[in-house]
Write a protein that binds this ligand. Structure first.
Ligand code: DX5
Ligand code: ZN
Length: 218
């Protein structure tokens, strides 16, 4: 089985203190740091880009798990690699050349991920399985934190678990993840859990530790 991973989404942190917030979730037991990049084009919101990620990089040694909600993505992959991202995940819906984008991420020496929106079927990743290290199943429509979990993601995780059987591929779920759904997602085959609002409520290292543990134990 793949290792159990909790990946707090920095999108829900206090942006005026990004360095401190990254250190706080690191100390609180985060496995990966999830970085939501939004361009106001692929998704209806704008977050931050490679320069901000580069500024966060010295604050932790944990894996930087970048989730690119941008289109096009190819012109920016090198910048995200150079900014210190360890995983670079692109959306299957972001352009016509998913296969090429994944090849480019691997050529940069980074782990490659593919994300699918709630309305996208698992078959979207069928022909890139040999090029990916992780699948990011969206359980909300991307663009904003704090949305309600879309239940069909559970069945989709099961389908992707079957599709990726025997391959070293992490199955990560993103959007509305809290202790109440984490157990079902794990039973369906997910091993990595992104959480924004469920981790950052409380505002202190102690609260983040309690929140991360609650998801881990679910
Ligand atoms: C949504 C982002 C998520 C989001 C998760 O577009 O990809 O990572 O920040 O936030 P919560 O856990 O609050 O749904
Ligand atoms: Zn995300």
């Amino acid at each position: 089985p793949r290792p159990l991973i909790i990946a707090p989404s920095i999108l829900a942190s206090d942006f005026s203190r990004l360095g401190e917030e990254v250190r706080a979730v690191d100390q609180a037991g985060a496995d990966w740091i999830h970085l939501d990049v939004m361009d106001g084009h692929f998704v209806p919101n704008i977050s931050y880009g490679p320069d901000v990620i580069k500024a966060m990089r010295p604050h932790t040694k944990k894996i930087f798990d970048a989730h690119l909600m941008i289109s096009p993505c190819d012109p920016y992959l090198e910048a995200f690699a150079k900014a210190g991202c360890d995983h670079i995940t692109v959306h299957a819906e972001a352009g016509p050349h998913l296969h090429r984008s994944l090849q480019a991420i691997r050529a940069l020496g980074k782990k490659a991920g593919v994300s699918i929106n709630p309305g996208t079927p698992p078959s979207a990743i069928e022909y890139v399985l040999d090029l990916i290290d992780l699948v990011l199943v969206m359980s909300v429509n991307p663009g904003f934190g704090g949305q309600a979990f879309i239940r069909s993601a559970v069945g989709k995780v099961s389908d992707i678990k079957a599709m990726t059987a025997g391959r070293p591929i992490d199955i990560e779920v993103d959007g509305g993840v809290a202790p109440d759904v984490a157990g079902q997602l794990a039973a369906a085959g997910a091993n990595a859990f992104v959480a924004g609002s469920a981790v950052f409520k409380g505002g202190t290292v102690e609260a983040y530790n309690t929140n991360i543990s609650a998801i881990r134990n679910a």
